[in-house]
Design a protein around this ligand. Sequence first.
Ligand SMILES: Nc1ncnc2c1ncn2[C@@H]1O[C@H](COP(=O)(O)OP(=O)(O)OP(=O)(O)O)[C@@H](O)[C@H]1O
Ligand SMILES: [Mg+2]
Length: 224
Amino acid sequence: MIEIVGVRHAFGDIVALDGVSVTLAERRIAVVGANGSGKSTFARLLNGLVVPDAGSVRVDGLDSRSDGRAVRRRVGFVFQDPDNQIVMPTVAEDIAFGLKPLKLGREALAARVDTILVRFGLERYRDHSSYLLSAGEKQLLAISSVLVIEPAHIVFDEPTTLLDLRNKRRIAEVIHGLPQTAIVVSHDLDLLRDFDRVLVFDHGRIVADDEPASALAFYVRLMS
Ligand SMILES: Nc1ncnc2c1ncn2[C@@H]1O[C@H](COP(=O)(O)OP(=O)(O)OP(=O)(O)O)[C@@H](O)[C@H]1O
Ligand SMILES: [Mg+2]
């Protein structure tokens, strides 16, 4: 469970989040809103990448201000831009990188990497340069690198923007089947229709919080 109480966060004179209080306990939670409405800042707040100027964020009882490292371990984060996330020269090394703290043996590590490569259709890129993948392949790699760690909660910041129709469906299925809590920021409304809950952001505030049909209808009206 993630509890956000009275959060405000500004970048200089730009207020990105203002008076945000919400408790996230459902398995599938979507975040929608206009460009610049604070969605990515909210997403970063959830795993301690952003520490709020005021208010608090608690993940399963851990405070993101005082227990930042533990919070980052519990909450996986898939970045909007996969280039921000790819850190190792080859695809397999990049996936293995996040597993380091688990101190698995060599065979267990390789097995875990291979399983996720197959799951995402990336096995033929195993020893390829991660930086030379196509944009969509990089997005799949970024998602794989987080899922392989099996964090308790996963935040996806626009996970399907670069993907073709088949890979969009693949990611939709993956998110659907995750045992973890998933919080998904997206402009792809089709992805969100079967979610448990949708939060609509506007100017740094949550202006609707409802089941998908009502919240998405509200969002469409807000944008018209
Ligand atoms: N690191 C930063 N430094 C300065 N301003 C920032 C920073 N990050 C975000 N902002 C500003 O905060 C506001 C909210 O940005 P945020 O990235 O959270 O929006 P968003 O809803 O994710 O938008 P998009 O749909 O375009 O991804 C914007 O006005 C943005 O310019
Ligand atoms: Mg964003």
